[in-house]
Design a protein around this ligand. Structure first.
Ligand code: SF4
Length: 192
C-alpha cells in the first residue's frame, strides 16, 4: 500500500483491509474483484491485483511459485513466503524495494532496500555526485546500500528503519537539518 502513497492515507485503509483479509489464505480465497473493491480509493489497483495473484500463487504452488526446483520442496503453511530478497522478487508485484523491505522488516534478514528517502540520504552522505533519481545511478546507490548494511539481520532491521526515518524527518527533499543530524560527522554534504 505504501508504494507511491503517503503513510497518512494508508493508515485509513490498512486496518480495514487487514480486517477483511487477515491472512494470505483469506486473500487467495477471495475473488479478484472483492480485493479490488476493498482497495477502492487507494489507487494503483495493480497492487491489489498483484497481491491477490501472489496469495494464490504461494498458497497453491508453494515453493514452486518462487522457482524452487526441488521436487520435495515443501509448502510451509505457517510461513508461506520465502525470506530471501532474490526469491521474493520472483513473486507477482514484488520489485527490488519491496523484496528488501519484506526480507528485512518481516524476516529480519540482512537485506538492503532503497526508496526515495534512502537514496537521498545515501547519496548525500557518501556520494554527492550521484543523483538519487537518475536511472543510471541506481546500481551504484544500491551498491552503497549493500556495502553499508550491518553484518547481521537484526541490526539491519534497525539500520534500514533508521535510514528511512532520517530521510523522512531530518534529511528531507526540501530541507537538510544538519544541525540535528546524527551522521553529520561523516556526511559529505553536511552544512553544519
Ligand atoms: S548531515 Fe545534513 S546532508 Fe548529511 S545526512 Fe544529515 S541532514 Fe542530510
Amino acid at each position: 500500500m505504501l508504494q507511491q502513497t503517503q503513510v497518512s492515507r494508508v493508515l485509513e485503509y490498512y486496518p480495514r483491509f487487514l480486517a477483511r483479509f487477515p491472512t494470505l489464505a483469506h486473500l487467495a480465497g477471495a475473488q479478484e474483484r472483492e480485493v479490488v473493491k476493498a482497495w477502492a480509493g487507494l489507487g494503483y489497483y495493480a497492487r491489489a491485483r498483484n497481491l491477490h495473484k501472489l496469495s494464490r500463487a504461494v498458497l497453491r504452488e508453494g515453493p514452486r511459485a518462487w522457482g524452487d526446483p526441488r521436487p520435495d520442496a515443501r509448502h510451509d503453511a505457517g510461513a508461506p513466503l520465502p525470506d530471501a530478497p532474490e526469491l521474493l522478487r520472483r513473486l507477482p508485484g514484488i520489485g527490488a524495494y519491496t523484496a528488501g523491505a519484506v526480507a528485512t522488516f518481516a524476516f529480519e534478514r540482512r537485506a538492503a532496500l532503497v526508496d526515495t528517502n534512502v537514496a537521498r540520504v545515501l547519496t548525500r552522505v557518501f556520494a554527492p555526485r550521484l543523483h538519487p533519481k537518475r536511472p543510471r545511478d541506481q546500481k551504484a546507490i544500491w551498491a552503497i546500500a549493500e556495502a553499508t548494511l550491518p553484518r547481521a539481520g537484526k541490526p539491519s532491521w534497525t539500520h534500514n528503519q533508521a535510514l528511512m526515518e532520517l530521510g523522512a524527518l531530518v534529511c528531507t527533499a526540501r530541507v537538510k537539518r544538519c544541525g540535528q543530524c546524527p551522521v553529520h560527522g561523516v556526511c559529505r554534504s553536511s552544512e553544519r
